[in-house]
Write a protein that binds this ligand. Structure first.
Ligand code: KG4
Ligand code: ZN
Length: 341
Protein backbone atom coordinates (compact mmCIF):
# COMPACT_ATOMS: atom_id res chain seq x y z
CA UNK A 1 0.00 0.00 0.00
CA UNK A 2 1.31 3.44 -0.97
CA UNK A 3 -0.04 6.78 0.23
CA UNK A 4 0.80 10.29 -0.88
CA UNK A 5 0.68 12.90 1.90
CA UNK A 6 0.53 16.70 1.74
CA UNK A 7 1.49 19.13 4.53
CA UNK A 8 0.54 22.83 4.26
CA UNK A 9 -0.71 23.76 7.75
CA UNK A 10 2.01 26.26 8.63
CA UNK A 11 5.11 27.43 6.76
CA UNK A 12 6.41 24.23 5.17
CA UNK A 13 4.97 23.01 1.86
CA UNK A 14 5.70 19.29 1.64
CA UNK A 15 4.69 16.19 -0.30
CA UNK A 16 5.74 12.62 0.47
CA UNK A 17 4.99 9.08 -0.61
CA UNK A 18 5.37 6.25 1.92
CA UNK A 19 4.51 2.56 1.80
CA UNK A 20 3.32 0.03 4.35
CA UNK A 21 6.86 -1.36 4.64
CA UNK A 22 7.69 1.97 6.38
CA UNK A 23 9.77 3.22 3.44
CA UNK A 24 9.91 6.82 2.27
CA UNK A 25 9.58 6.61 -1.52
CA UNK A 26 9.71 10.40 -1.94
CA UNK A 27 9.79 13.56 0.15
CA UNK A 28 9.79 17.01 -1.41
CA UNK A 29 9.78 19.95 1.02
CA UNK A 30 9.95 23.70 0.48
CA UNK A 31 10.42 25.87 3.56
CA UNK A 32 8.97 29.39 3.57
CA UNK A 33 11.27 30.63 6.36
CA UNK A 34 12.87 33.28 4.15
CA UNK A 35 9.47 34.65 3.07
CA UNK A 36 8.39 35.22 6.69
CA UNK A 37 11.71 36.16 8.30
CA UNK A 38 11.39 39.92 7.92
CA UNK A 39 7.99 39.85 9.65
CA UNK A 40 9.43 37.93 12.62
CA UNK A 41 6.75 35.22 12.36
CA UNK A 42 4.50 33.34 9.95
CA UNK A 43 2.10 35.62 8.02
CA UNK A 44 -0.96 33.47 7.18
CA UNK A 45 -1.80 35.18 3.85
CA UNK A 46 1.78 34.91 2.58
CA UNK A 47 1.88 31.26 3.69
CA UNK A 48 -1.34 30.35 1.85
CA UNK A 49 -0.21 32.06 -1.36
CA UNK A 50 3.17 30.37 -1.22
CA UNK A 51 1.62 26.91 -0.68
CA UNK A 52 -0.58 27.54 -3.71
CA UNK A 53 2.41 28.56 -5.86
CA UNK A 54 4.55 25.58 -4.94
CA UNK A 55 2.34 22.60 -4.21
CA UNK A 56 1.70 21.36 -7.77
CA UNK A 57 5.42 21.40 -8.55
CA UNK A 58 6.20 19.48 -5.36
CA UNK A 59 3.57 16.81 -6.16
CA UNK A 60 5.20 16.37 -9.57
CA UNK A 61 8.69 16.30 -8.04
CA UNK A 62 7.64 13.70 -5.45
CA UNK A 63 6.05 11.46 -8.10
CA UNK A 64 9.17 11.74 -10.28
CA UNK A 65 11.62 11.00 -7.47
CA UNK A 66 9.53 8.01 -6.35
CA UNK A 67 9.38 6.95 -10.02
CA UNK A 68 5.73 6.29 -9.50
CA UNK A 69 2.66 7.03 -11.59
CA UNK A 70 0.10 8.87 -9.45
CA UNK A 71 -2.47 6.34 -10.69
CA UNK A 72 -0.58 3.68 -8.69
CA UNK A 73 -1.06 5.51 -5.36
CA UNK A 74 -3.63 3.86 -3.05
CA UNK A 75 -4.76 7.00 -1.23
CA UNK A 76 -4.22 10.75 -1.05
CA UNK A 77 -3.85 12.32 2.40
CA UNK A 78 -3.54 15.93 3.48
CA UNK A 79 -3.35 17.77 6.79
CA UNK A 80 -6.94 18.97 7.24
CA UNK A 81 -6.30 20.79 10.55
CA UNK A 82 -5.46 22.13 13.03
CA UNK A 83 -3.45 24.93 11.44
CA UNK A 84 -3.58 28.15 9.42
CA UNK A 85 -6.79 27.64 7.51
CA UNK A 86 -5.73 29.25 4.19
CA UNK A 87 -2.80 26.87 3.84
CA UNK A 88 -4.75 23.86 5.05
CA UNK A 89 -7.39 24.53 2.36
CA UNK A 90 -4.71 24.51 -0.36
CA UNK A 91 -3.43 21.09 0.72
CA UNK A 92 -6.87 19.57 1.23
CA UNK A 93 -8.15 20.86 -2.12
CA UNK A 94 -5.13 19.36 -3.91
CA UNK A 95 -5.44 15.96 -2.21
CA UNK A 96 -9.17 15.86 -2.94
CA UNK A 97 -8.54 16.68 -6.62
CA UNK A 98 -5.90 13.93 -6.90
CA UNK A 99 -8.20 11.45 -5.16
CA UNK A 100 -11.07 12.39 -7.42
CA UNK A 101 -9.07 12.19 -10.68
CA UNK A 102 -7.49 8.85 -9.78
CA UNK A 103 -10.64 7.46 -8.12
CA UNK A 104 -8.83 6.66 -4.88
CA UNK A 105 -9.69 7.45 -1.24
CA UNK A 106 -9.03 10.87 0.29
CA UNK A 107 -7.82 10.88 3.89
CA UNK A 108 -8.21 14.00 6.07
CA UNK A 109 -5.25 13.85 8.46
CA UNK A 110 -5.16 15.58 11.82
CA UNK A 111 -1.75 17.29 12.00
CA UNK A 112 -1.32 16.34 15.67
CA UNK A 113 -2.09 12.70 14.90
CA UNK A 114 0.53 12.84 12.16
CA UNK A 115 3.13 13.97 14.74
CA UNK A 116 1.79 11.40 17.22
CA UNK A 117 2.13 8.40 14.86
CA UNK A 118 5.58 9.31 13.45
CA UNK A 119 7.32 7.04 15.98
CA UNK A 120 5.45 4.09 14.51
CA UNK A 121 6.82 4.94 11.07
CA UNK A 122 10.42 5.34 12.31
CA UNK A 123 10.52 2.69 15.05
CA UNK A 124 7.39 0.54 14.73
CA UNK A 125 6.37 1.42 18.32
CA UNK A 126 3.45 -0.68 19.59
CA UNK A 127 0.35 0.78 21.32
CA UNK A 128 -0.09 1.98 23.99
CA UNK A 129 2.69 4.53 24.37
CA UNK A 130 3.25 7.68 26.36
CA UNK A 131 3.64 10.68 24.08
CA UNK A 132 5.04 14.15 24.69
CA UNK A 133 3.72 16.35 21.88
CA UNK A 134 5.65 19.62 21.82
CA UNK A 135 5.31 22.00 18.88
CA UNK A 136 4.81 25.67 18.10
CA UNK A 137 1.13 25.55 18.93
CA UNK A 138 0.76 22.55 21.25
CA UNK A 139 2.20 21.06 24.42
CA UNK A 140 0.46 17.94 25.67
CA UNK A 141 1.11 14.56 27.22
CA UNK A 142 -1.04 11.80 25.80
CA UNK A 143 -1.52 8.11 26.15
CA UNK A 144 -1.70 6.83 22.57
CA UNK A 145 -3.88 3.72 22.66
CA UNK A 146 -4.43 3.27 18.94
CA UNK A 147 -5.03 5.16 15.72
CA UNK A 148 -7.69 7.70 16.67
CA UNK A 149 -7.53 6.74 20.38
CA UNK A 150 -5.90 9.36 22.58
CA UNK A 151 -6.22 10.13 26.26
CA UNK A 152 -4.85 13.50 27.26
CA UNK A 153 -3.03 13.34 30.61
CA UNK A 154 -1.98 16.98 30.71
CA UNK A 155 -1.55 20.06 28.56
CA UNK A 156 -0.29 23.61 28.77
CA UNK A 157 -2.22 26.10 30.86
CA UNK A 158 -0.97 28.99 28.72
CA UNK A 159 1.70 29.01 25.97
CA UNK A 160 3.14 26.07 24.03
CA UNK A 161 6.83 25.24 24.50
CA UNK A 162 7.71 26.25 20.93
CA UNK A 163 5.80 29.50 21.32
CA UNK A 164 7.86 30.24 24.44
CA UNK A 165 11.10 29.65 22.50
CA UNK A 166 9.87 31.75 19.56
CA UNK A 167 8.75 34.71 21.69
CA UNK A 168 11.83 34.62 23.91
CA UNK A 169 14.11 34.46 20.85
CA UNK A 170 12.47 37.64 19.57
CA UNK A 171 13.07 39.41 22.92
CA UNK A 172 16.68 38.24 23.03
CA UNK A 173 17.20 39.43 19.45
CA UNK A 174 17.81 35.96 17.99
CA UNK A 175 15.19 36.31 15.27
CA UNK A 176 12.89 33.79 13.59
CA UNK A 177 12.41 30.86 13.79
CA UNK A 178 13.17 30.94 17.51
CA UNK A 179 13.64 27.32 18.59
CA UNK A 180 16.65 26.46 16.42
CA UNK A 181 18.17 29.92 17.15
CA UNK A 182 17.84 29.36 20.91
CA UNK A 183 19.44 25.93 20.58
CA UNK A 184 22.40 27.31 18.58
CA UNK A 185 22.95 30.24 20.98
CA UNK A 186 22.54 28.01 24.05
CA UNK A 187 25.44 25.85 22.89
CA UNK A 188 27.76 28.86 23.57
CA UNK A 189 26.05 29.99 26.77
CA UNK A 190 26.12 29.55 30.55
CA UNK A 191 22.98 27.78 31.82
CA UNK A 192 23.49 29.17 35.35
CA UNK A 193 23.83 32.86 34.51
CA UNK A 194 20.11 33.68 34.75
CA UNK A 195 17.76 32.04 37.19
CA UNK A 196 14.36 31.35 35.60
CA UNK A 197 11.24 29.98 37.33
CA UNK A 198 10.35 26.30 37.72
CA UNK A 199 6.55 26.44 37.20
CA UNK A 200 4.22 23.93 38.93
CA UNK A 201 7.20 22.21 40.55
CA UNK A 202 6.05 19.75 43.20
CA UNK A 203 2.43 19.92 41.99
CA UNK A 204 0.52 16.81 40.96
CA UNK A 205 -0.45 16.12 37.36
CA UNK A 206 1.38 16.86 34.16
CA UNK A 207 0.09 20.21 33.01
CA UNK A 208 2.62 22.74 31.74
CA UNK A 209 3.05 26.49 32.06
CA UNK A 210 5.50 28.57 30.06
CA UNK A 211 4.20 32.13 30.38
CA UNK A 212 6.13 32.79 33.61
CA UNK A 213 9.40 31.83 31.93
CA UNK A 214 8.63 34.14 29.05
CA UNK A 215 7.98 37.01 31.47
CA UNK A 216 11.17 36.21 33.38
CA UNK A 217 13.15 36.42 30.12
CA UNK A 218 11.61 39.83 29.44
CA UNK A 219 12.57 41.02 32.92
CA UNK A 220 16.11 39.71 32.46
CA UNK A 221 16.41 41.57 29.15
CA UNK A 222 15.08 44.78 30.74
CA UNK A 223 17.62 44.51 33.55
CA UNK A 224 20.51 44.45 31.04
CA UNK A 225 21.98 47.67 29.58
CA UNK A 226 19.63 49.25 27.00
CA UNK A 227 20.09 48.45 23.30
CA UNK A 228 20.80 45.13 21.60
CA UNK A 229 22.11 42.38 23.88
CA UNK A 230 25.77 41.43 23.65
CA UNK A 231 26.44 38.06 22.05
CA UNK A 232 27.39 36.64 25.46
CA UNK A 233 24.24 37.94 27.18
CA UNK A 234 22.09 36.47 24.39
CA UNK A 235 23.90 33.12 24.58
CA UNK A 236 23.63 32.94 28.38
CA UNK A 237 19.94 33.83 28.35
CA UNK A 238 19.25 31.26 25.62
CA UNK A 239 21.15 28.59 27.60
CA UNK A 240 19.28 29.45 30.82
CA UNK A 241 15.92 29.32 29.02
CA UNK A 242 16.64 26.03 27.25
CA UNK A 243 17.68 24.56 30.59
CA UNK A 244 14.54 25.85 32.37
CA UNK A 245 12.20 24.59 29.62
CA UNK A 246 13.89 21.18 29.61
CA UNK A 247 13.74 20.87 33.42
CA UNK A 248 10.05 21.84 33.43
CA UNK A 249 9.15 19.34 30.72
CA UNK A 250 11.04 16.55 32.48
CA UNK A 251 9.50 17.41 35.88
CA UNK A 252 5.98 17.21 34.41
CA UNK A 253 6.73 14.14 32.33
CA UNK A 254 8.07 12.22 35.31
CA UNK A 255 4.60 12.63 36.87
CA UNK A 256 3.06 11.43 33.60
CA UNK A 257 5.20 8.29 33.67
CA UNK A 258 3.83 7.49 37.14
CA UNK A 259 0.25 8.37 36.11
CA UNK A 260 0.36 6.02 33.11
CA UNK A 261 2.11 3.08 34.83
CA UNK A 262 -1.09 1.01 35.13
CA UNK A 263 -1.53 1.22 31.34
CA UNK A 264 1.98 -0.27 30.88
CA UNK A 265 3.12 1.94 27.99
CA UNK A 266 5.62 0.29 25.65
CA UNK A 267 7.78 3.43 25.28
CA UNK A 268 8.28 7.09 26.03
CA UNK A 269 7.84 8.90 22.71
CA UNK A 270 8.30 12.55 21.77
CA UNK A 271 7.06 14.37 18.69
CA UNK A 272 6.62 17.89 17.29
CA UNK A 273 9.11 20.59 16.33
CA UNK A 274 10.48 21.18 19.84
CA UNK A 275 11.43 17.49 20.05
CA UNK A 276 14.16 18.38 17.52
CA UNK A 277 15.98 20.08 20.42
CA UNK A 278 19.16 18.19 21.36
CA UNK A 279 19.13 19.10 25.08
CA UNK A 280 15.51 17.99 25.43
CA UNK A 281 16.19 14.75 23.56
CA UNK A 282 19.08 13.91 25.91
CA UNK A 283 16.96 14.64 28.99
CA UNK A 284 14.11 12.48 27.66
CA UNK A 285 16.53 9.62 27.13
CA UNK A 286 17.72 9.93 30.77
CA UNK A 287 14.13 9.99 32.09
CA UNK A 288 13.23 6.91 30.03
CA UNK A 289 16.36 5.09 31.21
CA UNK A 290 15.54 5.85 34.86
CA UNK A 291 12.10 4.34 34.35
CA UNK A 292 13.20 1.33 32.30
CA UNK A 293 11.28 2.52 29.23
CA UNK A 294 12.55 2.61 25.66
CA UNK A 295 12.84 6.22 24.46
CA UNK A 296 11.77 6.95 20.89
CA UNK A 297 12.27 10.39 19.38
CA UNK A 298 12.17 10.56 15.56
CA UNK A 299 15.09 12.25 13.77
CA UNK A 300 14.81 16.08 13.88
CA UNK A 301 13.62 16.35 10.26
CA UNK A 302 10.62 14.15 11.12
CA UNK A 303 9.90 16.09 14.36
CA UNK A 304 9.47 19.43 12.60
CA UNK A 305 6.62 19.71 10.08
CA UNK A 306 6.99 17.34 7.13
CA UNK A 307 4.83 15.32 4.75
CA UNK A 308 6.18 11.86 5.58
CA UNK A 309 4.23 11.96 8.84
CA UNK A 310 1.06 13.00 6.99
CA UNK A 311 1.41 10.24 4.41
CA UNK A 312 2.07 7.72 7.20
CA UNK A 313 -0.93 8.82 9.31
CA UNK A 314 -3.03 8.58 6.14
CA UNK A 315 -1.72 5.07 5.52
CA UNK A 316 -2.42 3.97 9.12
CA UNK A 317 -6.02 5.17 8.72
CA UNK A 318 -6.49 3.76 5.23
CA UNK A 319 -5.32 0.26 6.18
CA UNK A 320 -7.93 0.27 8.95
CA UNK A 321 -10.52 1.01 6.30
CA UNK A 322 -10.94 4.70 7.15
CA UNK A 323 -11.19 7.47 4.57
CA UNK A 324 -13.08 10.75 4.27
CA UNK A 325 -15.70 12.19 1.93
CA UNK A 326 -14.71 14.78 -0.68
CA UNK A 327 -16.85 17.38 1.07
CA UNK A 328 -14.80 17.09 4.31
CA UNK A 329 -14.32 20.60 5.69
CA UNK A 330 -10.87 21.65 6.97
CA UNK A 331 -10.80 22.38 10.69
CA UNK A 332 -8.68 25.26 12.06
CA UNK A 333 -9.11 23.76 15.56
CA UNK A 334 -9.20 19.98 15.89
CA UNK A 335 -8.19 18.49 19.28
CA UNK A 336 -6.85 14.92 19.20
CA UNK A 337 -9.46 13.73 21.68
CA UNK A 338 -12.13 14.50 19.05
CA UNK A 339 -10.69 11.86 16.70
CA UNK A 340 -11.87 8.35 16.20
CA UNK A 341 -10.38 5.68 13.99
O1 KG4 B 1 5.83 20.90 14.73
P1 KG4 B 1 6.34 22.20 14.22
O2 KG4 B 1 7.33 22.18 13.10
O3 KG4 B 1 5.15 23.13 13.78
C1 KG4 B 1 3.96 23.15 14.51
O4 KG4 B 1 3.12 22.26 14.25
O5 KG4 B 1 3.85 24.02 15.41
O6 KG4 B 1 6.96 22.99 15.47
C2 KG4 B 1 7.49 24.27 15.31
C3 KG4 B 1 8.07 24.71 16.64
C4 KG4 B 1 8.53 26.16 16.60
O7 KG4 B 1 8.06 26.82 17.76
C5 KG4 B 1 10.05 26.04 16.61
O8 KG4 B 1 10.68 27.15 17.22
C6 KG4 B 1 10.23 24.78 17.42
O9 KG4 B 1 9.22 23.92 16.97
N1 KG4 B 1 11.55 24.16 17.16
C7 KG4 B 1 12.50 24.01 18.10
C8 KG4 B 1 13.62 23.45 17.43
N2 KG4 B 1 13.31 23.27 16.11
C9 KG4 B 1 12.02 23.71 15.97
N3 KG4 B 1 12.52 24.31 19.40
C10 KG4 B 1 13.65 24.06 20.08
N4 KG4 B 1 14.77 23.54 19.52
C11 KG4 B 1 14.81 23.21 18.21
N5 KG4 B 1 15.90 22.70 17.66
ZN1 ZN C 1 3.62 20.47 13.58
Amino acid sequence: MRVLGIETSCDETAVAVVDDGRATLAHALASQVEEHRRYGGVVPEIAARSHLDRLDGLVRAAAESAQIDLAAIDGFAATAGPGLIGGVMVGVMTAKALASVHRKPFIAVNHLEAHALTARFTDDVAFPYLLLLVSGGHCQVLLVKGVGHYTCLGSTLDDAAGECFDKAAKMIGLGFPGGPAIEAAAAQGDTNRFSLPAPLKGRDGCDFSFSGMKTAVRHAVEALPPGPLTRQDANDLAASLQQAVTAHVIDRLSNAVAMSASDTPTALVAAGGVAANTALRAALQDLADENGLPCVVPPPALCTDNAVMVAWAGLERLRLGASDPLDFKPLPRWPLEQLSA
